[in-house]
Design a protein around this ligand. Sequence first.
Ligand code: URA
Length: 185
Amino acid sequence: MDERAAIDVEDCTRCSALPDSRRQIVNGVGPVDADVVFVGEAPGEQEDREGEPFVGRSGTLLDDVLAEHELDRQTVRITNAVKCRPPENRDPTTTELRNCRDYLERELEAIDPVVIVTLGKVPTEHLLDRSVAVTAEAGTSEQVTIRGATYRVLIGIHPAATLYDPSTRDTFDAVIAEAAALLEG
Ligand code: URA
């Protein structure tokens, strides 16, 4: 089994609602030796159709801002805290996050990134295990230990937030710039 197959979720029925709401499981994409992992919440409709995270409008925005900072989808890892689309795009529940945690942890363990960037409140609170005022705290980072390894988690806002509230676009840019700087350093 190659490393990619070992971290991909092939089949899962841990959640009661998600096996019926998903078309497919949406695994992370990007190299298994990437220096940065972006962690979103859960796949949306287009991601569920195409089987790839962040390919809808938020994904285009993410790709654009990555490119502005000389990062691109081919060299970073992009994944979600929950690998299946929740019904009607609702937020994943605490139970769903917990059920999927193991898959995210093994993905992070295999990749061992320099920095993890959370995209939005749900993955940020999930990884930091505390309530977070994402817009206020975006761009700050803290150390988190997962399966015995310590990672730097950089708090980011969700790209979709910048579509609803364009005033957050600068914050989103600043987070990606900070991630690029951490990779340089
Ligand atoms: N939003 C997410 O959190 N993840 C995706 O994959 C797409 C949109």
